[in-house]
Design a protein around this ligand. Sequence first.
Ligand SMILES: [Zn+2]
Length: 289
Amino acid sequence: MIVNSKRLLLDGATGTELNRRGVDTGLPLWSANALTTDAGLSVLRQVHLDYLNAGADVITTNTFRTNRRALAAKNFSALELTLRAVATAKEAVAEFGRSTIVAGSLSTLEDCYRPELVPPADACLDEHSERIEHLVEGGVDVLLIETMNCIREAEVAARIAVATGLPTWVSFVCDVNGRILSGESLTYAAEILMPLGVSALGVNCMPAHTLAQPLRELRAVCGEEFPVMAYGNIGHVDEEQGWVNTDTTDPNGYLQNARTWPAQIIGACCGSTPEHIRKLKQGWKNSGA
Ligand SMILES: [Zn+2]
């Protein structure tokens, strides 16, 4: 059921959208701050609902930072915040009233833009096992391993995720030359990950105009039928806030970029809004499958 339709529309940003609506997203918790107050949870639920109303076929749980490592300094329980995030996504789907895929987001254990910080293999195994257990306990439909900056950590997480029996999607962040931030190639990543049984591969959190080249590389190695996924960002990284929203790519400009991507699964990353997804629904999803 997961990728049967030819085109699948993801949602847009959660973290930066929470921030745009007045929720504190200061580091180290970033988007996970929303899970610690009733007001934050209520805004999160509305963000999910707005993406559903915009036409998203998939919504992503607000669990990018609900790992033990990110929460340690603040004494929050990773399990509790993860379950709260998944429950909030499911509440929004229930209110929307149509069956929708809930993708459980997990990312790098350390900063997603700094491959030199990736922990040793045993820590990756231990901590990703725990994260994936939490997401499965919450009842997600898909495991979305996103914004990965090197193959090593992605491979560890993907092995654990595939073993749960849930569809596993893996996405990397690349530099302007289309290399994974670690310097490794997407071709090599696909050669390692496809035999593990992942269900989709892609790239995310890079400026929309830089996605076409790495997507063509992925398409070439994955073949025509294999689901390739793409969601670009709008704005730039900030040391204290995590992200600064800008209007550098308006929803129309984003759609024009997305139309050039050889991908079956498309959404939008940091800085995007429900309006970006609405445009993709009208101009990409409805004009394809
Ligand atoms: Zn992003």
